[in-house]
Design a binder for this molecule. Structure first.
Ligand code: PMP
Length: 323
C-alpha cells in the first residue's frame, strides 16, 4: 500500500514476491526511516488458519510510526493486509507440530530526497515465510549474555518503537553473545546500567520461589511485547501474582544464586516462550546450563501454544481467522 502526503494511503494490491526498486537517494537507505512488525499464522487441526492479536500489532505499528514520523496505517487496513496476503496461497501455512507462517509487515520511507526531514512518500508491505519449530529436538534452556558495553535504547530514544535502527545497534552485542555461546544479548538501561530491560528480541520474566512473577516495567525504552502482555494475563489466569516494576540486574543474579528466583524465561513471537538457564557476562556466570526447563515456564508455554494452535478455548478473544 502506498502513501503520499497528497493522497494518503492508496493502491493496495497483492503482487508476486520479488525485488523492490528504489532511487539510490530513497530516505530509508540513508536515515533509517522504517518500522516493522513480526507475527505468525497458525494452522488448526481442522485446517483453518488464524493469527494472534493482530490489532495489537496494528496499534504497535501505529505507535512506531508516530515515533519515526511515518504515517499511521489504520488498524483495520493493517489486519486486512494480513488477511489478503495469507489468503493468496493458504497452502503455505504449514500444519503440525509448532510450525507456523511468520509474517513481516513493514513500512519504509521511499521518497528520493537527501535531507533530514520526514519523507513525503512511504510504502507499506507485508511478506511472509513458513517457519518450523523454534526449538528443534526438544526445549532446552538457553544461555544469555549480559552486555555491559552497549545499550539498546536510552531515555527519549526509539526503544519502544519497532524500528530497524534499534536492531542495527544490537547487532554487535548480539554477535558478542553468540561468540560467547549465548543465544541472545540482555540489555540494561542506558542511564544507570543497573536495571534489566529486555533481550535483543524478547521480553523477560523472573519467577520467584513463592510463585509470584516479576517482569521489567515498560519504561519507554523497551518494546511492548504482545507475547509479554499475553503471558502476564495467562500467569494471572493461573493465579500467579505478576508485578511490573524495575528489576536490578543484581536482584536477578543474587536471586538465582540464593534460589529466591526459581525460573527465568523470555518471550516473543518467534520462540514463544524460552526458558533461560544461564546468565553470563565477561566475568561471571549464574544458573545451571543443564537445568531442566521450569514447571511454570513450560505450563505457560503450553497455555499460550494451546490457544494459538486451537487446542484450548480462545477465552481472551485473541485469535482472528484468516482462512
Ligand atoms: N523485545 C524486542 C526487542 C523484540 O524485538 C521483540 C520481538 N518483536 C520482543 C521484545 C517481543 O515482542 P512480541 O512478543 O510482540 O513478539
Amino acid at each position: 500500500i502506498d502513501w503520499t502526503v497528497e493522497d494518503g494511503w492508496h493502491d493496495a494490491h497483492v503482487r508476486p514476491y520479488g525485488p523492490l526498486t528504489f532511487s539510490p537517494a530513497a530516505a530509508v537507505l540513508h536515515y533509517g526511516q522504517e518500522i516493522f512488525e513480526g507475527m505468525k499464522a497458525f494452522r488448526h487441526a481442522d485446517g483453518s488458519v488464524w493469527t494472534f492479536r493482530p490489532e495489537s500489532n496494528g496499534r504497535r505499528l501505529q505507535h512506531s510510526a508516530r515515533r519515526m514520523a511515518l504515517p499511521e496505517l489504520p488498524v483495520d487496513l493493517f489486519v486486512e493486509s494480513i488477511k489478503q496476503l495469507v489468503k493468496t496461497d493458504e497452502a503455505w501455512v504449514p500444519g503440525g507440530g509448532e510450525s507456523s507462517l511468520y509474517i513481516r509487515p513493514f513500512m519504509i520511507a521511499n521518497e528520493d530526497f537527501l535531507g533530514v526531514r520526514p519523507a513525503r512518500r512511504v510504502a507499506y508491505y507485508v511478506i511472509a515465510s513458513p517457519a518450523g519449530a523454534y526449538f528443534k529436538g526438544g526445549i532446552k534452556p538457553v544461555s544469555i549474555w549480559l552486555s555491559r558495553d552497549y545499550a539498546r535504547a536510552g531515555r527519549g530514544g526509539t526503544g519502544s518503537a519497532k524500528c530497524g535502527g534499534n536492531y542495527a545497534s544490537s547487532l554487535l552485542p548480539q554477535r558478542e553473545a553468540v561468540e560467547n555461546g549465548c543465544a541472545q544479548v540482555l540489555f540494561l538501561d542506558a542511564e544507570t546500567n543497573t536495571y534489566v530491560e529486555e533481550l535483543g528480541g524478547m521480553n523477560v520474566f523472573l519467577v520467584q520461589k513463592d510463585g509470584s512473577v516479576i517482569t521489567p516495567s515498560l519504561t519507554g525504552s523497551i518494546l511492548e511485547g504482545i507475547t509479554r502482555d499475553s503471558v502476564i494475563q495467562l500467569l494471572r489466569d493461573r493465579g500467579h501474582t505478576v508485578t511490573e516494576r524495575r528489576v536490578e540486574i543484581a536482584e536477578w543474579m543474587e536471586g538465582v544464586r540464593s534460589g529466591e528466583i526459581s525460573e527465568v524465561f523470555a518471550c516473543g513471537t518467534a520462540a514463544s516462550i524460552s526458558p533461560i538457564g544461564v546468565l553470563k557476562g565477561a566475568d561471571f556466570s549464574v544458573g545451571d546450563a543443564d537445568a531442566q526447563p521450569g514447571e511454570i515456564t513450560m505450563g505457560i508455554r503450553k497455555d499460550l501454544l494451546d490457544i494459538q494452535y486451537g487446542r484450548a478455548p480462545d477465552r481472551h478473544g485473541w485469535l482472528t481467522r484468516l482462512v
